[in-house]
Design a protein around this ligand. Structure first.
Ligand SMILES: [Zn+2]
Length: 669
């Protein structure tokens, strides 16, 4: 038997070496050992920790590839509030900021530290006795969440520092552009939703309960603020940043100390240009007074310090070519003109389409095919055409005329107020959109039923209306002949469709696409009436008296169920075994690991399966019969077979009975 003391010493030695190599690699971009040596040391440490868990430290280098998944984040109250900064949007406001500070301090020239404002997630690291205690998000500024396990996966962050005093360091965790691109390429291949931008990518990754997922996201971090600088006898903010450098924190190298507002404005000009070329997204610049002794005098407002300001860049605008204007027809028949653009990269993603709202909007812009247009993203998300660059208009363009017929069914369009409609309910575009809505996450949330698959099924006449999805399992042979379909994908699709029969009433109701009845109204109606039949039979009076429903929605509901074709579909859904009952509201269930999670149980466990399923369902979990991409976790007992194999292949979380019992105990507290 190995001597425990020597084991402990070896673990310490390995920890020290791995920390040192990490630092070399992530801070200085160099390494004194090969990858193979690094990996073998890491492997040795993992094995020792597994054998001697009593020596496993929560800051161990092995934890930096992602540790155990947690069920929720602990709340942490910040030692000092994490204030946000006052935003300014113009140079005039910057000049004003400088003028006020000179007035208060009676100084002629102020020295400012200019820094880039990385578009990520603010983070606080707290150290005690030279060891990282926790990492917390900003939250509401007073209280944040403990995300230590996830932050540890960012390997440039030191877990151990030389300074043994109580230290807090603040900065930004972010997703570099190249990680964003890589993840979205993977998601595109896997047909998963794309990340909208780097900021959402970073915050979504940090809030993962499973730190192994965070580890895959390749986040980075920069540290820009040392709240205890004065207590550490620093006179200048710039000095405190140099100290952070020395302690092994990655600070931002784009920072610059400048004298007076002239220097600030020059920095602004320079970085407005340079912004595109950086490896990460920035949404502005931060200007801080460098002399810490002036902070008290300059003071604070209720929410922000007056000695610093965030200069925000104007929304990014790009010019591109308008190649075409096409009309799309939604499931309600609403017609929307869309600009087809030469693809262009704006605020973090490539844009090739933008809405043109309606005829009046198109006419007001006088937008013509062949024009160069200016686009930006409203709220950094929705692409919009803001104007036409008339100087760049080529000769021979013609004013755009709004099409009179529906491009999909050629029936004449009808204009109501500013909007055009195709009133043909059999219009193929309307039907396909109705089918898409049924399967979408506002409806039955059926995995694998995206727009392109639905179009394929519709064009091949396999699915003409919503209930036809449930007959697809009898048409597997035909589907095999479609391009891009395999036995595997067809089986997975049919499994997802089969699983959707168990969906709760609000999902079914919302999937029907009744005008004005979305997710929220569906929930309200389900809670009140408890079954689809009761809703169908409800009187107009009963409906409109419900808060959140009202008379117009009540009318739409009655109208929908008065239509024999709709009732026919509903009867078919019933026949195929789709759930019509309100199973239960999970609202009243307190948050816990199982709530709203889809699970599969496979193999033999030590208690009755039915009992176990019931216990989990009481916590708000949803039991599925087969493993699909939507499955959140698979509970594995003895002699588990193909389902376990499938879950492993799909990377779905596996939970064995002992862990399950632990989670149940925690959730039932
Ligand atoms: Zn049409």
């Amino acid at each position: 038997m190995e001597n425990l003391e020597s084991v402990k010493n070896r673990i310490d030695e390995l920890t020290r070496l791995l920390n040192q190599y990490n630092k070399e690699y992530y801070l200085n971009n160099e390494s004194s050992v090969s990858d193979a040596v690094y990996d073998s040391l890491m492997h040795e440490l993992m094995e020792l920790e597994e054998k001697y868990p009593q020596f496993k430290d929560k800051l161990s280098p092995t934890q930096r590839v992602g540790g155990e998944a947690s069920t929720s984040f602990k709340k942490i109250t910040h030692n000092k509030s994490m204030l946000s900064l006052q935003d300014v949007f113009s140079k005039d406001e910057l000049i004003d900021f400088d003028r006020k500070i000179r007035q208060i301090t009676n100084l002629d020239t102020i020295t400012y530290m200019c820094e880039v404002k990385i578009d990520g997630l603010a983070m606080s690291l707290v150290y005690k006795d030279g060891k990282l205690q926790y990492a917390a998000t900003r939250g509401d500024g007073v209280q944040g969440e403990d995300v230590t396990a996830n932050v540890l996966t960012i390997k440039s962050i030191p877990t151990i520092i030389e300074d043994k005093s109580d230290i807090e360091v603040r900065g930004e965790v972010f997703m570099p552009k190249k990680s964003f691109k890589m993840i979205n390429e993977e998601n595109r291949k896997a047909n998963k939703p794309l990340l909208v931008n780097c900021r959402n990518g970073a915050s979504g990754s940090i809030r993962q309960l499973d730190s192994k997922i965070t580890a895959k996201r390749k986040l980075e971090a920069n540290w820009y603020y040392f709240p205890d600088a004065l207590e550490h006898n620093f006179k200048y903010h710039s000095q405190s940043l140099e100290y952070l450098d020395k302690l092994g924190f990655l600070t931002n190298k784009e920072r610059r100390l400048v004298k007076g507002i002239e220097g600030v404005l020059k920095y602004v000009d320079e970085y407005t240009q340079k912004r595109e070329t950086l490896d990460y997204d920035i949404d502005g610049l931060v200007i801080k007074v460098d002399d810490l002794s002036l902070y008290e005098e300059i003071g604070y407002t209720m929410k922000t310090p007056k000695w610093a300001v965030a200069y925000k860049f104007p929304p990014e605008e790009k010019q591109t070519l308008l190649k075409d204007i096409i009309l799309t027809v939604g499931r309600t028949g609403r017609v929307t003109p869309n600009a087809v653009l030469e693809p262009v990269f704006v605020s973090g993603s490539t844009i090739s389409r933008a809405t043109l709202n309606n005829e009046d909007f198109v006419m007001a812009l006088d937008i013509r095919i062949g024009d160069t247009v200016v686009i930006h993203k409203a709220g950094d998300i929705i692409p919009e055409v803001t104007r036409v660059v008339k100087e760049k208009r080529p000769p021979n363009t013609v004013p755009y005329r709004f099409q009179k017929d529906c491009p999909y069914c050629h029936q004449e369009l009808v204009r109501k107020d500013v909007q055009h409609f195709c009133v043909n309910k059999d219009c193929p575009s309307r039907v396909v959109n109705k089918l898409c809505h049924f399967a979408s996450d506002t409806g039955m949330d059926i995995d694998g039923l995206g727009e392109s698959v639905i179009e394929l099924l519709f064009n091949n006449k396999l699915v003409k209306d919503i209930s036809d999805f449930y007959t697809l399992k009898d048409h597997k042979q035909e589907m095999m002949e479609y391009e891009g379909m395999s036995t595997k994908s067809i089986n997975a699709l049919c499994d997802s469709i089969e699983n959707s029969k168990k969906n709760d009433l609000p999902m079914l109701l919302s999937s029907l696409g009744i005008n004005l009845v979305g997710k929220k109204t569906s929930k309200v109606l389900s809670e009140k009436f408890k079954s689809l039949d009761a809703i169908i039979n409800a009187s107009y009076e009963e409906l409109y008296q419900i808060p959140d429903v009202g008379d117009i929605t009540a009318e739409q509901i009655k109208l929908y169920f008065a239509n024999p074709e709709n009732l026919n579909q509903i009867e078919k859904l019933r026949e195929y075994g789709v759930n019509f009952k309100y199973l239960k509201s999970t609202d009243s269930i307190k948050d816990n690991f199982f709530k709203n999670k889809k699970f599969v149980l496979t193999g033999t466990i030590s208690v009755s399966r039915d009992e176990m399923v019931k216990r989990i369902e009481q916590l708000g979990g949803l039991n599925l019969s087969s493993v699909t991409k939507q499955t959140d976790f698979v509970i594995v007992g003895e002699k588990a077979g193909s389902k376990l194999e499938k879950a492993l292949k799909m990377g779905i979380r596996i939970i064995y009975e002992d862990e399950l019992n632990k989670l149940l105990k925690e959730a039932e507290q």
